[in-house]
Design a protein around this ligand. Structure first.
Ligand code: F6R
Length: 267
């Protein structure tokens, strides 16, 4: 696992944007897995700003979002489809038809929708780069503690803690769904590369459990310890409970020094 600790949420967004741009430069028809929530807001802003300034095209890129509430339509401003359209898709030249959010209308069979979502990811050739946030309870996607580590896309009931954490997005007395469709932990783990972003002190305990704790269904993000190509990009507040923080910083510095000396040798 690679752990990159930077000084601010702004730098987390910039590092993550570098990774996404690098992926799309290397493979113009890349398949990206995307997250919503507060954490990637800066990232999407950064990608949108860069897209307006450079010539990188997302025309052939396909995206799959991690999750969506059941009971909110795509036009509902609190739905994750609405969020993605507003925050990212309308700002880059991606084809709307290539963007997928696992929505389930009340008339549809959720099981069927979930199976279809898995099938679409497989048809696209699998996810090249998956972006994740992390819940204060260690969830990834909406895989709440006690989720099966080999779960696929399915319906999950949100815990009280997640409902409380996301309450800020809903007005008082407004309907807040407790059910969501989410990619499973296995679906996420199947991605070729995974980037987990975390910022702020309130994520510090979850981040330390995910990176340095035991692998357990009680911290779904800890399943990433099995992944061969996962990078945590976190700010110093989110890193504040890591026992080995100095070691991760040292490794990152050594990598940068090595890259610099290689670059100089080639000049
Ligand atoms: C959102 C998602 C969730 C969030 C997590 C953190 O698509 O899958 O796992 O990443 O709840 O949310 P924020 O970033 O709002 O703290």
């Amino acid at each position: 696992m690679e752990v990159i600790i930077v000084d601010s949420p702004k730098l987390v967004a910039e590092r993550a944007a570098d990774e996404i741009e690098g992926q799309v430069e290397a493979k113009s028809d890349a398949v990206l897995g995307l997250a919503t929530g507060s954490t990637p807001l800066r990232l999407y802003k950064e990608i949108s700003t860069r897209a307006a300034q450079n010539s990188l095209s997302y025309k052939s890129v396909t995206t799959f979002n991690l999750d969506e509430y059941i009971g909110l339509s795509a036009s509902d401003p609190r739905s994750y489809r609405f969020y993605m359209d507003q925050r990212l898709f309308s700002n880059i030249d991606i084809e709307t038809a290539n963007t997928h959010v696992p929505s389930c209308a009340l008339t549809e069979d959720p099981q069927e929708v979930c199976e279809q979502y898995e099938a679409s990811i497989a048809r696209a050739g699998g996810i090249d780069l998956q972006v994740l946030g992390i819940g204060t309870n260690g969830h990834i996607g909406f895989n709440e503690p006690s989720s099966s580590l080999s779960s696929l896309t399915r319906v999950k009931t949100l815990t009280d803690r997640t409902v409380r954490d996301n309450r800020r997005l809903f007005a008082d007395n407004e309907f807040q769904p407790r059910l969501a469709i989410t990619m499973g932990i296995q679906t996420i783990s199947n991605a070729t590369r995974v980037l987990l972003l975390a910022t702020g002190k309130r994520k510090a305990a979850a981040v330390s459990a995910a990176i340095e704790g035991p692998v357990t269904a009680m911290c779904p993000a800890s399943a990433l310890q099995f992944h061969r190509n996962v990078t945590f990009i976190i700010d110093s507040a989110a890193a504040s409970e890591l026992k080995q923080a100095d070691y991760y910083r040292w490794v990152e510095q050594a990598k940068q020094d090595l890259a610099l000396s290689r670059h100089r040798a080639l000049d």
